[in-house]
Design a protein around this ligand. Structure first.
Ligand code: SF4
Ligand code: SF4
Length: 197
């Protein structure tokens, strides 16, 4: 009888301590400042490397569209949401039409990576929510307008390709230097001689 009483009291003590710990966490969080914000009235600062909605760009020097209508982005796009028609011109080509179905985009960034002229880029914003799916079928004008409206992300096609390029080979050792001598004496480094014809 005495052992049953002791076990009951032990379990009750454990329960009271557990409830006390849980209530402690609750009270601590009651006094904390909320971590949520009242979006869209209040917006968060995006991280530096944030990449969101896609847009087309203009050349800041000439004011011309950067897109040359090459269709590389169309070919690479996994869900095939880009359609481009090329307009051939005397000095350079343009995109006659350019459509992007943003509602089916995977945001994989492949189109940005292949673009030779940094014409298609991602912006530092995701803010394009709508209740009408048709508004996310973006044509050339809309894509250019988005490019002017939002801050561009750091990641252009040229920067991404530079980042992913294999490291350059070390420069060859000059004749007479210790490195060159080591290369000729070390059979592992010595070049194989061409067989005589
Ligand atoms: S981010 Fe990916 S899925 Fe979206 S348009 Fe570009 S290639 Fe297509
Ligand atoms: S956005 Fe870039 S990859 Fe796509 S058609 Fe234009 S120039 Fe070519």
């Amino acid at each position: 009888m005495a052992s049953e009483q002791a076990s009951f009291l032990g379990e009750t003590g454990q329960l009271v301590r557990a409830v006390g710990r849980a209530m402690g966490v609750t009270f601590k969080n009651l006094l904390r400042r909320p971590i949520t914000v009242r979006y869209p009235t209040v917006t968060r600062v995006y991280p530096d490397r944030f990449r969101g909605i896609l847009a087309l760009t203009y050349d800041p020097q000439t004011g011309e569209e950067n897109c040359i209508g090459c269709r590389l982005c169309e070919y690479i796009c996994p869900p095939q949401v880009i359609k481009v028609e090329m307009l051939k011109a005397e000095k350079r080509n343009f995109a006659k039409t350019f459509t992007l179905e943003l509602y089916a985009c995977e945001f994989c960034e492949l189109c940005v990576q292949v673009c030779p002229t940094d014409a298609i880029i991602m912006m530092k914003s995701f803010d394009l929510a709508t209740a009408d799916r048709r508004e996310l079928l973006l044509d050339k004008d809309r894509l250019h307008a988005l490019g002017l409206q939002h801050e561009p992300s750091w990641a252009t096609g040229n920067r991404l390709r530079d980042m992913q390029a294999p490291p350059k080979a070390a420069p060859e050792a000059k004749a007479g230097t210790p490195e060159a001598k080591a290369a000729t004496t070390d059979p592992g480094k010595a070049e194989a001689k061409e067989p005589a014809e």
